[in-house]
Design a protein around this ligand. Structure first.
Ligand SMILES: Cc1cc2nc3c(=O)[nH]c(=O)nc-3n(C[C@H](O)[C@H](O)[C@H](O)COP(=O)(O)OP(=O)(O)OC[C@H]3O[C@@H](n4cnc5c(N)ncnc54)[C@H](O)[C@@H]3O)c2cc1C
Length: 478
């Protein structure tokens, strides 16, 4: 695996994250010769798994829960099941506990979700039932570059709500704390303050995915997504080399097109001199978002949740009310560290016996922190979990922590701990990394960018890679 490719290729892909691999697969299945060069010693970028704590405990190093991967219009055309990918659907996608009472639960059914939201059951149904009904038609427009929509009426109805702030939408529709809190937890995946548009879009898309696709994860860990893509790529004749860090365009084997699964900061270092002044300036002005502080736990037993509903869910959002989540996310955006951070937690081993020895468990959890932060958030994250699950700390056998610097060390794309390849605010959601008709092309002929720093942005869905490959296929590789 670690030999740098020899010979010539139609295309070279730099970086083996889900987008780099997706780009390589799309090129190979269109008959182009392709090699992927990966700087680290394992493939997968943000979709990797490893025994981070104790032998026999398989942790997800980056991504854990994959509604976007499961629903991806590109991945769903690939025979990844034949290459080892098996999805696990927990009984409920998501639980959101409060200090008292049962948890609000995002169930597969819109109605059943509403029934966990007290006075807002009907308002939730009114919001989500039409979006869930149309979602199969919407997803193609949502997971791609800006273009003329195929279903303009459905998209306009969705867009009117999605382009608002999470607080504006939730307070306009819901009267109770349960629905507002559940919605805020999903919207907080945007890394934006709850008062900033379009944070509502993340809340709507993740809720709709829960109702249509579920929030599954791969049996055996997110590494299985990358491994299945590599296995399929090889079956098509593609090559993959690890331990090859590309520092200049001139270092890649002879080729007609290079697709970079890197973010603008690295692209400037590797290929800056090939770009026009204007494109270089756009990349220099590209903005990164907050970082994350992540902990993986090996536990002697399952998390002893207080609230009914939490043990049925693959993911648990810890942060209580909209106001608490909003205060925490706004603090991070201002460059501060919240005392009570919003914590995203996954408990895969409850539903996947391959993750931990019999009776033992793995837990994946992170919170947002300012970009480049070096504050250790372990105590604050553990205090938040303990608040909703008294006795949790007593079950910890071992932990592994990674702040922004550690995350960037294992994947150069995590600039300052940003896991989405750049801030996803209004401007950069649609024009990443620069305002161009084809955002995947650069100003240099034959050089493309295919990472999550292009539309549709962060998440394991491969759509950035797919669209970048299409752009190369209709121009340089025609
Ligand atoms: C802690 C964490 C939690 C996450 N949770 C989720 C989740 O639950 N669900 C979800 O869908 N997404 C999640 N994500 C986000 C998701 O992992 C990323 O959005 C996704 O991996 C982006 O894919 P990519 O191919 O654009 O880049 P990456 O996956 O970052 O891959 C880039 C690759 O390029 C390589 N590379 C970089 N520079 C060079 C170079 N110069 N030469 C050679 N190789 C190079 C890197 O080593 C890396 O392998 C999470 C990420 C992290 C870190």
């Amino acid at each position: 695996m670690s030999e740098r490719g020899s010979g010539t290729y139609d295309a070279v892909v730099v970086g083996s994250g889900p987008n780099g691999l997706a780009a390589a697969v799309e090129l190979a299945r269109n008959g182009r010769s392709v090699i992927v060069l990966e700087g680290e010693d394992t493939v997968g970028g943000g979709a990797r798994s490893a025994e981070l704590t104790l032998p026999g405990f398989v942790h997800d190093v980056g991504s854990a829960i994959h509604p976007l991967g499961y629903a991806s219009p590109f991945f769903s055309t690939l025979p990844l099941g034949e290459h080892g990918l098996e999805w696990v659907h927990p009984p409920a996608p998501l639980a959101h506990p409060f200090d008292t009472g049962p948890a609000a639960v995002l169930e597969r059914s819109v109605e059943e979700t509403g029934s966990t939201l007290g006075p807002d059951a009907e308002a939730y149904r009114g919001l989500m039932a039409p979006i869930a009904r149309d979602f199969d038609r919407l997803i193609g427009s949502l997971l791609g570059p800006p273009r003329l929509p195929r279903h303009p009426v459905a998209l306009a109805g969705f867009g009117l709500r999605a382009l608002r702030s999470a607080r504006g939408l939730a307070e306009g529709l819901f009267g109770g704390e349960r629905a507002k809190g559940l919605f805020a937890g999903n919207a907080a995946h945007s890394f934006l303050p709850m008062e900033q548009a379009p944070s509502a879009s993340f809340g709507l898309v993740l809720s709709a995915l829960g109702h249509t696709a579920g929030w599954p994860f791969p049996k055996g860990g997110s590494q299985k997504i990358a491994d299945a893509l590599v296995s399929y790529l090889r079956s098509l004749g593609g090559e993959v080399c690890t331990n090859v860090r590309v520092r200049a365009v001139e270092e890649v084997p002879k080729t007609r097109a290079v697709l970079f699964d890197v973010t603008p900061k690295q692209l400037l270092e590797i290929a800056g001199e090939h770009f026009t002044w204007r494109y270089r300036r756009a990349l220099t002005r590209y903005r990164y978002g907050p970082g994350v502080f992540k902990i993986d736990f090996a536990l002697g037993g399952p998390i002893p949740w207080k609230a009914e509903g939490c043990s049925r869910a693959g993911t648990v959002h810890i942060g209580g009310t909209l106001d608490e989540i909003s205060a925490g996310e706004a603090a991070v955006f201002r460059g501060e560290h919240p005392e009570r951070p919003f914590v995203l937690l996954a408990q895969q081993s409850l539903f996947d016996g391959t993750r931990a020895p019999e009776g033992k468990h793995t837990v994946w959890a992170y919170c947002h922190v300012p970009n480049g932060s070096d504050l250790n958030m372990t105590e604050r994250i553990e205090a938040q979990i303990e608040r909703f699950a008294p006795g949790f700390k007593d079950r910890i056998l071992a932990r592994s922590t990674m702040g922004p610097a550690a995350l960037e060390k294992i994947n150069a794309n995590h600039v300052g701990g940003d896991i989405n390849g750049g801030l996803m605010d209004f401007r950069q959601l649609f024009t990443r990394p620069a305002a161009r008709l084809t955002p995947y092309s650069t100003s240099a002929k034959g050089l493309y960018i295919c990472s999550s720093s292009t539309p549709p942005g962060g998440g394991v869905h491969g759509m950035c890679g797919y669209f970048a490959a299409r752009a190369a296929l209709v121009t340089t590789l025609r």
